[in-house]
Design a protein around this ligand. Structure first.
Ligand SMILES: Cc1cc2nc3c(=O)[nH]c(=O)nc-3n(C[C@H](O)[C@H](O)[C@H](O)COP(=O)(O)OP(=O)(O)OC[C@H]3O[C@@H](n4cnc5c(N)ncnc54)[C@H](O)[C@@H]3O)c2cc1C
Length: 290
């Protein structure tokens, strides 16, 4: 690796550390204990996606089992969050199903909630199919849906009909205009439309956003429609508003990623916010000076 790339990776890693617990399960658990001490629930995710190596997938499955066991052992109110392509969807739906079975079986024994992350739109159908097949057997199972996709209103209504537990997010993947809302205004508007449906007809859901305007509107909605729901935010983001929400008796969960495969996750976070690009740029310039 050239010196320039090595340096860039070092600076990127330093920057990314604000969102990532560290490389190991122990780092994730330390971060989980800290969040829990501060009144937050936790959702732990092992970084990594699009795995095609069976041994890598098997390690990932074992780690999710170990995390579930540890959350139970430490009495931390928490969940795990799994990406379908990190447990076999890039090989086949059958492989993915087989591995989810192992994770969910163990989570059931430990009474741990399992979230299924939603990835790019080419996986939406398969992910919903996987969710449907397991939700009938394990009800402490949730699925993320993305407000940037035009199809999501239909998916949300269908899933609410079976009593599904939904995490609503804006969507972290770049999709084409045929299937997705592209402007922030359209995505935010759809997010609010969907969140209203959740408050009217849903049950036990997660509102996963850092958007202060949306959070205020959701606070108001929750007074009108008392429902079991939680705010979910990424570790290290909007830590300024989390204590206030907890004080006002809202449940807040921190999504805590860990692992060595931090680059794609961090790039998504950097791209989400202009200020992050500027901050990264200035860190890189400063590192050149030293
Ligand atoms: C718990 C959780 C789970 C998620 N799971 C998924 C998933 O399964 N699939 C998926 O596609 N996406 C997922 N996402 C990511 C999501 O789709 C968005 O990409 C991400 O949350 C950014 O959107 P936003 O709602 O925060 O709003 P944005 O419109 O990006 O930001 C709105 C405002 O929030 C604040 N903000 C946003 N980002 C930052 C930041 N980095 N630092 C400081 N302030 C910030 C700023 O004030 C900003 O103006 C998840 C997000 C969360 C919180």
């Amino acid at each position: 690796m050239s010196f320039g790339i090595e340096l860039m990776e070092k600076v990127l890693f330093k920057f990314a550390k604000q969102w990532i617990a560290g490389n190991t399960i122990d780092d994730a658990l330390t971060s989980a204990k800290e969040a829990y001490k501060n009144g937050r629930n936790v959702i732990i995710n092992k970084l990594g996606e699009y795995h095609t190596s069976k041994s890598q997938i098997s390690t990932t499955v074992k780690e999710y089992q170990k995390i579930s066991n540890s959350l139970r052992k430490w009495n931390i109110r928490g969940a795990i969050s799994v990406k379908p392509t990190q447990v076999g969807l890039s090989i086949s739906q059958r492989e993915c199903h087989k591995n989810f079975e192992k994770i969910i079986q163990n989570a059931r024994e430990q009474h741990i909630f399992v979230w299924i992350d939603m990835e790019s739109a080419d996986h939406t159908d398969e992910t919903i199919e996987i969710y449907n097949s397991f939700f009938s057997k394990y009800e402490r199972l949730g699925i993320a849906l993305q407000a940037n996709l035009k199809r999501t209103e239909d998916d949300l209504k269908n899933l609410i009909e079976i009593g599904a537990k939904i995490r609503l997010v804006k969507g972290a993947y770049s999709e084409n205009a045929e299937i997705a809302f592209k402007s922030k205004e359209e995505v935010d508007k759809n997010f609010m439309r969907l969140v209203r449906i959740l408050f009217k007809n849903g049950n036990e859901f997660g509102v996963a956003t850092h958007d202060g305007k949306i959070i205020s509107k959701v606070e108001r909605l929750s007074k009108r429609y008392p429902k079991k729901f939680e705010f979910q935010m990424l570790r290290g983001i909007r830590d300024d508003i989390k204590p206030g929400l907890i004080k006002r008796k809202f449940v807040v969960s921190d999504y805590i990623p860990y692992g060595t495969n931090w680059l794609p996750y961090s790039i998504r976070r950097i791209k989400e916010r202009k200020r992050n690009i500027l901050l990264l740029g200035s860190s890189l310039i400063q590192s050149q000076r030293v």
